[in-house]
Every structure is written in C-alpha cells, then in structure tokens.
Design a protein around this ligand. Structure first.
Ligand code: NAI
Length: 257
C-alpha cells in the first residue's frame, strides 16, 4: 500500500532500525518519502539501513548510535530529528532484546533488569522525549513494539512477557494523556517473525523448534518483517486517525486460539 501522501517530507524516528522489523519499517517509511532518524546500538546495521534509504528510496536517513537504556542517547536521537529535519511527526519505538529463557524463580537479577531496561524502560525513555517534541510540532503518531507476549504469557519468559505487557499498559496511559493533544499512541503485537532475534533463540535454525513454533500460529507459519512494517505504517498514518491506545495483534491468528 502506498503511504506517500501520509509521510512524504515527514520526520520519523525508528529505534532498533539496524535489523529485522525496525530495519524493514524504516525502509518502508523511506519508500513513502520520509526523513528517517535511525537509532540502534548496532552501528553496522544502522549504517546499512541508512545507505538503503538514501540510495534506493525517495526518503532520506541519518543514523544515530543510540542505546535506549541511556537517556542522553535518546535525547540526542530526538534532537537529531528536530535539528536536521525540523520537527518530529512519527516515532516507532521498537528496539528490543529477547534475553534468556529462565523460569520466574530462576531468572537472575541481572537478566531481569537488562530485559526490563531495554524492552520497557527504553520505550518510556523514548516517549518522554518524543511527546514534548511532538507538542512543539503540532502533534504526531507513535507506535510501540509490544508482542503477542504483551497479551498472553509464555513459560520461560518472565521478564520479556512482563516488559511487553508493560508496553501495552504504557501505550494505553500515554494514549489517554495525549488524546486531546493530537498525538495518537498505539502498539503493534507481532506473532513470531523471522528475524535475527529468532535466529539467536534457535527458533528459525532448529527444525523441530521451528515446526513447533509455526504450529502455534493458526496460519501454520512464521510472519515476515514486511507484514509488521505494513501494520506500523497504517497505525502511524492518517488512515488510523481514530485509533489510539490500541494493541494491534499481527500474529497469524496466534491470539485467537
Ligand atoms: P532484531 O534482533 O532483528 O532487531 C532488534 C534491534 O534492536 C537490533 O538491531 C538491536 O541492535 C536493537 N537493539 C537492541 N537493544 C538495543 C538498545 N539497548 N538500544 C538500541 N537498540 C537496541 O529483532 P526484531 O525481531 O526485529 O525485534 C524488534 C522488536 O520486535 C523487539 O522489540 C522485539 O521484542 C519485538 N518482537 C519480535 C518478535 C519476533 O518474533 N521477531 C515477536 C514479537 C515482538
């Protein structure tokens, strides 16, 4: 679907833009003519995304090395949008880590804190810088990446599931607060999507694990990054003008079981 009229010349920030869902979504924003500020701890991946947008799309991109656990980095990201491109219209807060597989009584303090810090507190750090920048720019749209595990649990993922439920809750609160301020805040809840994160967890590389994971989805397959990117662009577009506080599942039917 073309979103040229929605995003042409608009400024978009994307966290986790160096890989997977963030990378594909950033490129789709570029295809729609947006100026995209790409944020990631992975400089190689981030620069690769920037080159793709600058060379192959109608948009423009700048990569900023950002760790979403660092408030100063997040501030720098938003300042890059306002200083280089004159404002902030859209934010896709997507950076995340899978973390370790441990049951609730076994997860280490270190692992718990690391997952919460990136996947939940990282989104809050982004929101608190993005919302004032959008106020100055007459409004905007924000999409946060949660997960199907923002709506149901999965054994062995206590911090990840708690963080993603937290993202859904935080999205609703920010949506309520900004509902009359022309800022819409929504979340996307992907099912299992083929990215580096699943490679690292063995889901895409181990044949049996892959088959078991596919079977959890009524469509009997994993999702692709473009299927999430398309949903994010819709949530950020004027076509979703009455949608706020929504946690949109894009999951091959996973949550309908
Ligand atoms: P990915 O591993 O391909 O991409 C994640 C990106 O986030 C990487 O480029 C990584 O460097 C970056 N990142 C990690 N920690 C960071 C930090 N502290 N600061 C800045 N950047 C950081 O994984 P994927 O799958 O594209 O994940 C994107 C989001 O989607 C995550 O929030 C993840 O939890 C979520 N998600 C993924 C699903 C999947 O099955 N792949 C399912 C549901 C949600």
């Amino acid at each position: 679907m073309s979103h040229k009229s929605d995003f042409d010349g608009k400024t978009v920030v994307v966290t986790g833009a160096g890989s997977g869902i963030g990378q594909e979504t950033a490129v789709e924003f570029g295809d729609a003519g947006a100026n995209v500020v790409l944020a990631d701890v992975d400089t190689e991946g981030g620069e690769e995304t920037a080159a793709t947008i600058n060379d192959d799309t109608d948009g423009a991109a700048t990569f900023v090395e950002v760790d979403v656990t660092d408030d100063g980095d997040v501030e720098q990201m938003v300042e890059t949008a306002t200083e280089e491109y004159g404002g902030l219209d859209v934010a896709f807060n997507n950076a995340g880590i899978g973390g370790t597989f441990d049951e609730t009584h076994e997860i280490s303090e270190e692992s718990w804190q690391a997952i919460i810090d990136v996947n939940l507190s990282g989104i809050w750090r982004c929101l608190r810088k993005e919302i004032p920048a959008m106020h100055e720019d007459g409004g905007g749209a924000i999409v946060n990446t949660a997960s199907i595990l923002g709506q149901v649990g999965e054994a062995g993922t206590p911090a990840y599931t708690a963080a993603k439920h937290g993202v859904v809750g935080l999205t609703k609160v920010a949506a309520l607060e900004q509902a009359t301020e022309d800022i819409r805040v929504n979340a996307v809840c992907p099912g299992y999507i083929e990215t580096q994160m699943l490679d690292d967890a063995g889901v895409t590389t181990d044949e049996q694990m892959r088959a078991e994971t596919e079977a959890l989805h009524p469509m009997q397959r994993l999702g692709n990054v473009d299927e999430i990117a398309d949903a994010v662009l819709w949530l950020a577009s004027d076509g979703a003008s009455f949608a706020t506080g929504e946690a949109l599942a894009v999951d091959g039917g996973y949550l309908s079981r």
